[in-house]
Design a protein around this ligand. Structure first.
Ligand SMILES: C[S@@+](CC[C@H](N)C(=O)[O-])C[C@H]1O[C@@H](n2cnc3c(N)ncnc32)[C@H](O)[C@@H]1O
Length: 308
């Protein structure tokens, strides 16, 4: 009997309409941002930029997503498919999970809203054809059905349990071509320590090289991380209101990209008393207060407001 306590994800970006009956016909979403999910603006832009750059460089290959939910990220991945390329998504949708922890996670976070039918309707609202759908635990992909080296981009966003994510990373490693990229969701969230463990294990013992960190996702490659970073930084993110920082981890450079809530047009302006207080505090305290406020705003933004 497991003593693991599974915590629910924060509410998805858009209020999901509960679907009691899988046969219920839901209205098709009018915009991509109307699809419920946890795929935030900074990652939408990073995915779009990296995938478009691969295409522009003539790098072809399939795209694989582990964990599709209602299609918010899958629809964007589908946008970048070139002739002859294939998108495969793997998700349990309305199937049973294979173990108790995963079943608890499914019940807590997805069961009320998620059906394969709803995913398909959302996807078909933006694309003429469905992707290849594997309705099963992601562990089935270890059987080699994704040809080795066939993918240019893999998005891992399924189970948050360490053993599952470690397996998903192995699937990505085998599936990716030399310069392919993997994006891993929830690598640093409070409720997903198993993802963090699997990601950093892959970095320190499995040859995965960090390329980019955003608040929600880790991007890496088993190929040339510096080349991927040059591609990323070819865009003037700062001019678009993003913050770009660089860190070194065990001697390797990693880029950090964020879009602070303050940059969003809807951010409330700072009150005069708060401005005065910040101005009067010594610089070190001001910086600490600003950091705390930024964090609080980012957390509020993540759990409540659409990031569009
Ligand atoms: C966080 S959601 C994916 C969000 C989606 N990528 C987006 O951006 O909107 C996680 C998904 O993983 C699926 N999932 C959880 N455990 C799984 C497993 N072991 N195998 C396959 N899918 C799983 C859930 O059904 C859920 O749809």
């Amino acid at each position: 009997m497991s003593r693991l306590r599974v915590r629910a994800l924060p509410a998805p970006l858009e209020a999901a309409v509960p679907v009691a009956d899988p046969a219920t016909v839901r209205p098709a979403p009018l915009t991509r941002d109307a699809i419920p999910g946890w795929f935030f603006r900074v990652d939408q832009e990073a995915f779009g930029h990296l995938l478009a750059a691969q295409t522009a460089a003539g790098r072809t290959g399939d795209i694989l997503e582990l964990g599709a939910y209602l299609g918010r990220s899958a629809v964007l991945l589908g946008d970048h498919l070139q002739p002859g390329e294939r998108l495969t998504v793997c998700d349990l949708f309305d199937s049973e999970a294979g173990d108790a922890e995963n079943a608890a996670e499914m019940t807590m976070s997805y069961r009320k809203t998620l059906t394969r039918t709803a995913f398909e309707a959302n996807y078909l609202a933006f694309h003429a054809e469905l992707p290849e759908i594997v309705q099963a635990p992601t562990s089935v992909l270890a059987d080699g059905r994704i040809p080795a080296g066939s993918c240019r981009f893999v998005h891992i966003d399924a189970s948050h349990l360490y053993e599952h994510v470690a397996g998903d990373i192995e699937v990505a490693r085998a599936a990716l071509a030399d310069e392919g990229l993997v994006a891993l969701d929830d690598y640093r969230s409070e409720h997903t320590p198993g993802v963090s463990a699997a990601v950093w294990q892959a970095v320190f013992t499995g040859g995965l090289k960090p390329v980019l960190l955003t608040p929600m996702k880790f991007y890496g490659t088993w190929g040339d991380a510096e080349a991927a970073q040059r591609t990323l930084l070819a865009r003037d993110w700062r001019a678009e209101g993003y913050t770009v920082d660089e860190d070194a981890i065990a001697g390797a450079r990693v880029v950090r990209l964020n879009r602070p809530a303050a940059a969003a047009p809807s951010a409330p302006s700072r009150s005069a008393p708060r401005r005065l207080a910040l101005d009067l505090l010594p610089p070190i305290a001001t910086r600490a207060v600003r950091r705390a406020l930024r964090t609080a705003r980012a957390v509020r933004g993540r759990s409540r407001v659409p990031s569009a």
